[in-house]
Design a protein around this ligand. Structure first.
Ligand code: 5AD
Ligand code: SF4
Length: 475
């Protein structure tokens, strides 16, 4: 889900994979008008933001293109979460600079999380870009573009306490026509000591619940079958209805979205272990269309390291939450984010992370080496003292234990049947479909007449790898 790759992955790749994407680009292209090309890096939130940006641009006469060579405006939606992500953006900007030489008048803009930190560098020192726009300033894009067209480089990195883009209907750029993201909140107030997000995306704010429901209803009417509610910390979603003064919490919002239609699957990400409540777990249990899958990043399995990370929970607290999930929703899959080699982490503490993977039986994890980010509490207070080679070795051990846990999790699914939402052709063969079960596991199975993308089918599993379930449709 995290895309740190400098090649055009992300949006481009997703669009390539889907006919729906093709249709979208044809429908929205305007041969005479100006064209924009957008490339996204990082988390799902960034991909979701690019769809908001596309919507704003389409209202000012720009249409999207997948062909960078014919674009009048190149936008790169950036991620700052690790150093590598930032390096990749720099490389891409150099590539864009070469294209620019061939297309005078073409503009290049940097959007997203790198905007605040690197605005000066990009605009003044490296002269690589024409505008730098932070995550809360996308409404200002038309203005910045028109100023940049007149040769005035522009910056807007203002972070808002209110902006949620609530009423903007995103243009589903890279969509497969089946699943879509809905942003339910922005920013983060948690201040995990390693994380740059509170600085790049600002304070936490929740979106109007009714605008979330309206978006889900609209998606359903357009044939979508699955929505993922997005936020840095969805469990702290809180919105007050200005008329009734009633507060909508995350469990209430989940229930509201689930009752839009039993045909619409509901997913959500990311949950914070300190905030996930039994109320949320019982709501998941109550509705079949709320998926049995929770992304619950642990970061470290050791209480001392968790304290340094300012995660505000202990190993014991996390284990209790995992037990509660499996007790209330026995079929639930849990996934995680894990950081190897955080400041001062000892070998014993690293072992606690390995044993946590086994305890929690994660179906999968996103695993990283610690990367010091300027301005964070960890960068200011703690030494980045674990040698690179040690971080790499610990990461390799984490990956190994997780691969085993993933395989074991999938082996427990052998001989079971799952409802799968068909997302399209499998990557390897157009004779097979791919789709996901409620637990968010990828399922591959041979096509059968009368079934198409967007249908729910029951698939019986007869073979597994650590990454995939393989089965056949049960009529
Ligand atoms: N170094 C390494 N990984 C990080 N993450 C966030 N900040 C850092 C960092 N400085 C990881 C965390 C988080 C995920 C989105 O990225 O695991 O959950
Ligand atoms: Fe970063 Fe922690 Fe907020 Fe996640 S919860 S975005 S890791 S500060």
């Amino acid at each position: 889900m995290y895309n740190d790759n400098p090649t055009i992955k992300g949006l481009e790749k997703k669009v390539d994979e889907t006919k729906q994407g093709e249709v979208f680009f044809k429908e929205h292209s305007n041969d005479d008008g100006r064209k924009f090309y957008i490339e996204s890096y990082g988390c799902q939130m960034n991909f979701s933001d690019s769809e908001i940006v596309a919507s704003i641009l389409s209202k000012t006469g720009y249409s999207p293109t997948r062909n960078i060579e014919e674009s009048d405006l190149i936008l790169i939606n950036t991620c700052s979460i690790r150093e590598k992500a930032e390096d990749n953006v720099r490389q891409r900007l150099r590539v864009f600079d070469k294209i620019k030489v061939k297309r005078p008048g073409m503009l290049v803009g940097v959007l997203g999380c790198m905007a605040e930190r690197l605005k000066k560098k990009f605009l003044e020192e490296e002269k690589l870009v024409d505008m730098v726009v932070g995550p809360d300033a996308y409404r200002d894009l038309p203005n910045l573009i028109s100023r940049a067209s007149d040769g005035n480089k522009g910056v807007n990195v203002f972070l808002s306490r209110e902006e949620t883009y609530a009423e903007i209907s995103p243009l589903r750029l890279g969509s497969n026509g089946v699943s879509a993201f809905i942003s339910i909140m922005r920013g983060c107030d948690n201040m995990c000591s390693f994380c740059v997000v509170p600085f790049t995306r600002g304070r936490e704010r929740s979106r109007d619940a009714f605008s979330v429901i309206a978006e889900a209803t609209d998606l359903l009417s357009k044939g979508f079958k699955e929505v993922t509610l997005l936020g840095q910390n969805v469990d702290s979603y809180k919105w007050e209805n200005p008329e009734t003064k009633e507060t909508v919490n995350f469990a209430n919002l989940l229930e509201m979205v689930a009752t839009v239609s039993p045909e619409l699957r509901v997913r959500f990400s990311t949950s914070h272990p300190k905030d996930i409540t039994d109320e949320v777990l019982y709501t998941i249990k109550k509705y079949k269309n709320i998926c049995d899958y929770i992304h619950l990043p642990v970061q470290s399995g050791n209480s001392r390291v968790l304290e340094l990370m300012n995660r505000t929970y202990t190993r014991e607290w996390y284990k209790e939450r995992v037990e509660a999930i499996y007790r209330i929703i026995p079929e639930c899959a849990i996934s995680s984010d894990i950081i190897a080699g955080f400041c001062t982490e000892t070998e014993e503490e690293h072992q606690d992370t390995l044993s946590m993977i086994e305890f929690a039986k994660y179906s999968m994890s996103y695993m990283f080496t610690y990367s010091e980010r300027p301005g964070t509490v960890a960068a200011k207070k703690y030494p980045d003292d674990i040698p690179h080679a040690t971080k790499k070795r610990r990461l390799a051990e984490i990956i190994e234990v997780q691969s085993k846990a993933s395989l074991e999790s999938n082996q427990r699914d052998l001989d079971k049947s799952f409802e799968v939402l068909i997302e399209g052709d499998s990557k390897r063969s157009d004779k097979d479909f791919k789709g996901r079960n409620s637990q968010n596991k990828m399922v591959i199975f041979p096509k059968k007449e009368n079934y198409k993308k967007g249908d729910y089918v029951t698939v019986h599993i007869h073979e597994v790898t650590s990454a995939t379930l393989i089965g056949t449709i049960k009529d």
